[in-house]
Design a protein around this ligand. Structure first.
Ligand code: NAX
Length: 334
């Protein structure tokens, strides 16, 4: 079997350091699937990247058939099957939101073009670098005609995993007993973590999360704000942003895209909207999705009921994403 060619950008960074081992050791694509890892970062990080390559070699992993460090997009994107786009321009002190967006538009425009020019048309892309949804939108725009938009996604799986954990803690079960929470919208503080359709296995029975938790005020209050603000709390405590949990979530996302979701389960993934739930078409919006492991195609879960509370929350995150998209499109032309 030819090894899967997997690109990680920003591989000299902190998420990069936690992600590469899980891809290389078979956690993401299985213990029987050989992988060739391509690590991209900016030229100033070439030495750090080389250190990561050496460490991966020193891990002596049978699934890792090759690993290379590159600092140019052409070499990075050539013939890849999967891309973890983690690298992005971080917000520096005094930087306006508009400047940050413009810097990231430049990066993801260039990477979108590189995907179109060098990658396999079947390449599947997860964007982790922030603002993740809008970065994915820009990359997809510039890869159009070669890599279909539905092969682009942004990560909200960390928010999804945080939501599972919060429900489990409150219901007094382990996280494996909770499924089908939903993150709607943007990977930002406007996201809507929704437990209305979640299920919990308790005492051998499957019950809805509202029954299992028995505290509606929590699920419509602290639960939502805890998940929305978790990233900030981690920075406050660790003085660094989430890395271990972000890397694990990115690996969960691609694992499920590659192997499919479990029967009766959905996961949250930001994907181009097809108009479902009234979300404008093309917006990269986090939805509940199921994935067929044979075709590797995702489908947005249809027919979930949304009450006024949910509709209002979804409207807020939709508006934010539309504004981000419009600002990014303006920056594309500048
Ligand atoms: P780090 O600053 O540790 O690493 C980022 C790396 O990207 C650096 O090594 C940098 O040199 C590299 N880089 C910058 N521009 C690049 C380019 N054009 N091509 C290739 N590499 C480039 O950040 P880290 O903590 O690893 O976070 C990475 C990104 O993930 C950030 O944008 C962060 O905001 C975002 N996050 C997204 C999350 C999500 O749920 N979607 C959660 C975690 C994380 O905050």
């Amino acid at each position: 079997m030819a090894p899967l060619r997997v690109l990680v950008t920003g591989a000299a960074g902190q998420i990069g350091y936690s992600i590469v081992i899980r891809i290389a050791d078979g956690t993401v694509f299985g213990k029987d699937t050989p992988v060739h890892l391509v690590l991209l970062d900016i030229p100033q990080c070439a030495n750090v990247l080389e250190g990561v390559v050496f460490e991966l070699q020193d891990c002596a992993l049978p699934t890792l058939h090759g690993v290379e460090a590159v600092t140019e997009e052409k070499a990075a994107f050539k013939d890849i099957d999967y891309a973890f786009l983690v690298g992005a321009m971080p917000r520096r002190e005094g930087m306006e939101r508009k400047d940050l967006l413009a810097a990231n538009v430049r990066i993801f425009k260039s990477q979108g073009k590189a995907l179109a020019e060098y990658a396999k048309p079947s390449t599947k892309v997860i964007v982790v670098g922030n603002p993740a949804n809008t970065n994915a939108f820009i990359a997809a725009k510039y890869a159009a005609g070669k890599v279909p938009a539905r092969n682009f996604s942004a990560m909200t799986r960390l928010d999804h995993n945080r939501a599972l954990a919060q429900v489990a803690l409150k219901a007094g079960v382990t996280v494996g007993d909770v499924k089908n929470v939903i993150i709607w919208g943007n990977h930002s503080s406007t996201q809507f973590p929704d437990a209305r359709h979640a299920q919990v296995t308790k005492g051998g029975n499957s019950v809805d999360a509202y029954t299992a938790v028995g505290d509606d005020a929590f699920l419509q209050g602290d639960f939502i704000s805890t998940v929305q603000k978790r990233g900030g709390v981690i920075i406050e405590k660790r003085k660094l942003s989430s890395a271990m949990s972000a890397a694990k979530a990115a690996c969960d996302h691609i694992h499920d895209w590659h192997f499919g979701t479990q029967p009766g389960q959905h996961v949250s993934m930001a994907v181009p909207s097809d108009g479902s739930y009234g979300i404008p078409e093309g917006l990269i919006f986090s939805f509940p999705v199921t994935i067929d492991g044979n075709t590797k195609e995702w489908k947005i879960v249809q027919g979930l009921s949304l009450d006024d509370f949910a509709k209002q929350k979804i409207a807020v995150t939709t508006k934010e994403l539309e504004e981000e998209r419009d600002d990014a499109l303006k920056a594309c032309d500048e």
